[in-house]
Design a binder for this molecule. Sequence first.
Ligand SMILES: [Zn+2]
Length: 422
Amino acid sequence: MRKIFTLLLLAGTFGLALVSCQSEEKKRKTVFVIIDGITVDNIERMKPSAIFDIASVGHYSRGYCGGKVGQYSETPTISAVGYNNILTGTWVNKHNVKNNENQSPNYNYWSIFRIAKEQKTNFTTALYSSWTDNRTMLLGEGKPETGNLKIDYVYDGYDLDKENFPKREYDLHIYDIDSVVCERAAECIRTEAPDLNWVYMWYPDDAYHIFGDGSFSDEYVYKEDALIAKVWEAVKYREKEHNEEWLVIVLTDHGRDELGYGHGGQSDRARAIWMSTNLKEVNGQFAEPYLSHADVNPTICKFMGFEVPRDLAFESDGSSFYGPRDIYDLQSHNYDNKVMLSWKVDQGKGNARVFMARDNKFAQGKKDDWQEVATVPVSDGGCTVDLGTVDSKIYKFAVQTDNTILNLWNPRDPNRPYSPNQ
Ligand SMILES: [Zn+2]
């Protein structure tokens, strides 16, 4: 009894202190920077100072783009395709942006901007971009299909402004635009500090397309890195002067062919990307061969505390590299009329719930009928699912644990019989 009384007294005395502690919880904010078309070997040889200063606070890793080679998720190593991998956390078989032109994104796979705006509390968003299509096409601002997505701070349109940014030799007007974009980003982050920020920088890709690997391209990688430094300085200023904690991610959208001019295919060099983050603690996802474009969206969601509707989370092809990760590397193999699922285990706690859908209505904006087909201890590392007698063109699987959701499409050929007896 005396103990309880003492505790109450203590609580009374320190109540105020507790309240003020809680109100001092840092406000979380995110900026991700996509810098176009710099290969892993080039960035690691040059080690530009801002990109590697960010990594020295946190981490740097190689990763991949392009989905899984030869499988349903194989994805062209093309710019807009890559941005949309990053924005939606899915590959081209879902988000449907196949090229830089004539895009028809499937907006049912929400971008990170849409996810931010679907939250119960208001999160402000900002876009600083050298390519206006990023807003009008990929994010789909103002379109009914994106829920009339609104972006709070927009700095783009410079690529369409031929008067102020006339074409220069070697497309250097694009470098001018990148400079303005980064200055605006740094200024807006310093003064307004929107909650979610995307900076897009275009020029390195142009330099490589014109000159390939070599001193000219190197020079502009360093110059672009100096622009990123302005954004990074703005973030450090916010963290010093305000009660904020920032997630910074800098990454590239694809690698290049062997000479450095082109890209788009599935060579090792074209598929390899790199990522730099100021996150002090990352989980095993932030490492080869697992890290990919698709991990950025779920990482931002986890860091920002965004709630993601279950059916959308079941479609995400990435996994957060922030916070605990229970399982990874989900695989499936067919055996007669069964599917053998397997996963690798980070933490052996709790159960894995296995869900199956025999349709892909989600792609049309409808609801899939997800059936829970198994519950097994995470530490089992897999399970076998009977596909039953209902014929289907697609089998989607999602495996849900306390901290992780993985999914895959089973590649069963619907034209092949299940068994000799069928
Ligand atoms: Zn690109």
